[in-house]
Design a protein around this ligand. Structure first.
Ligand SMILES: Nc1ncnc2c1ncn2[C@@H]1O[C@H](COP(=O)(O)OP(=O)(O)O)[C@@H](O)[C@H]1O
Ligand SMILES: Cc1ncc(C[n+]2csc(CCOP(=O)(O)OP(=O)(O)O)c2C)c(N)n1
Ligand SMILES: [Mg+2]
Ligand SMILES: [Mg+2]
Ligand SMILES: [Mg+2]
Length: 320
């Protein structure tokens, strides 16, 4: 089996089929991929890595790890209003990792490549004495000059979010043995949110058409709102009571989960954006939720609940 599990055999057997017949990938037998320019569009590029023990658990199924890796990258693209196109993949396999694990990983990629119409263009394979490390550089297309940014929030804008906040953070805690009293259905919902975030590619177009500033929530709602507030040089006011939470999250809160953990825990991969009043109505009609507004400022986030300001010390995830 060692031959089967070696670098070029794995590329040939597991990754070449994922590149398919796409000429841009050059059959994964060249040094580069060559992406043709699409007239009238900018190429939007993003990179996000995932490390075992930092972004996912060693007990998470490898097909789902692969899908999460694709999804966290697609999440950044759709938050910019870009149409996901394809990706480069880096795999740093722990020495001795079995072929079966790599095959499960490739099977997960296949599922979500098809789900999101996203092609593999190439990448790199290395081995490591450390934990499993995976990285994707993802490409998407946005009409020239129109890809959204974290800057661009305007005083008077409404602040909106694409879906539930806090589920993934609670899902990680469920996997670590917390909230055992929750129903099996609620636990499954939260674990699914952690293992398999749902990037809202269906919202990319409406966000592109109506948002002034847009990003995805990865570090935590408050931390990422702060990133947006700083980039836009405004104050974002978040009404905690309007932040959408699932029935499962509310059940966890009833069991003692702190609501501030939900808005600082991260891993949500929901769109966070601002728009003027008319734009906000269009975004709400598409399913986004209004959670606050934008005031004059110099890069602050203010969280209110029941009309009172809440101080939040740890605002979200920071890699150190
Ligand atoms: N090692 C790095 N080298 C160059 N740019 C980086 C590096 N790490 C992060 N960045 C840049 O810093 C910015 C913020 O990154 P990050 O917080 O990871 O964004 P996101 O939450 O959208 O994934 C991005 O513009 C990203 O390209
Ligand atoms: C095992 C495990 N522990 C902790 C976390 C929580 N966590 C790790 S990284 C992170 C922030 C998001 O990852 P990052 O690499 O910062 O993504 P980016 O902001 O670049 O999109 C969070 C919330 C997790 N997902 N899994
Ligand atoms: Mg990143
Ligand atoms: Mg990201
Ligand atoms: Mg981050």
């Amino acid at each position: 089996m060692t031959g089967d599990n070696s670098e070029f055999s794995v590329i040939d057997r597991l990754f070449k089929p994922l590149a398919g017949l796409n000429a841009e990938a050059r059959g994964l037998i060249d040094d580069v991929a060559v992406l043709g320019a699409r007239e009238g569009y900018d190429l939007v590029v993003t990179t996000d890595a995932m490390v075992e023990g930092v972004h996912f658990l060693s007990t998470d199924p490898l097909d789902q790890v692969a899908r999460k890796l694709l999804r966290v990258n697609i999440s950044d693209l759709v938050a910019k209003g870009a149409d996901p196109y394809g990706y480069q993949l880096l795999t740093a396999w722990p020495k001795g990792m079995a072929y079966e694990g790599k095959a499960a990983f490739a099977a997960g990629l296949r599922i979500d490549q098809d789900e999101f119409d996203f092609d593999l263009f190439g990448g790199d394979t290395v081995s490591t004495e450390g934990p499993l490390l995976l990285s994707i550089t993802a490409f998407g297309h946005a009409p020239v000059g129109r890809a959204l940014s974290r800057a661009g929030a305007r005083v008077g804008d409404r602040l909106l979010v694409g879906g539930f906040i806090g589920d993934a953070h609670l899902g990680l805690r469920v996997l670590r043995g917390e909230f055992d009293e929750l129903s099996e259905a609620h636990k499954a919902h939260l674990v699914q949110a952690y293992r398999l975030p749902q990037p809202r590619d269906d919202l990319a177009e409406v966000v592109l058409d109506h948002a002034h500033a847009s990003m995805d929530v990865s570090d935590g709602l408050i931390a990422d709102a702060l990133h947006m507030a700083r980039a836009s040089e405004v104050t974002l006011v978040i009404d905690l009571d309007r932040v959408p939470t699932s029935a499962a999250a509310r059940a966890a809160i009833a069991l003692g989960a702190d609501v501030t953990d939900l808005i600082t825990g991260g891993d949500d991969y929901q769109i966070l954006c601002t728009a003027n009043a008319a734009g906000a109505e269009a975004l709400k009609a598409a399913g986004l939720h209004e959670i606050g507004h934008c005031e004059a400022g110099t890069g602050e986030v203010s969280v209110i609940s029941g009309g009172k300001v809440i101080e939040i010390e740890d605002k979200g995830w920071v890699h150190v």
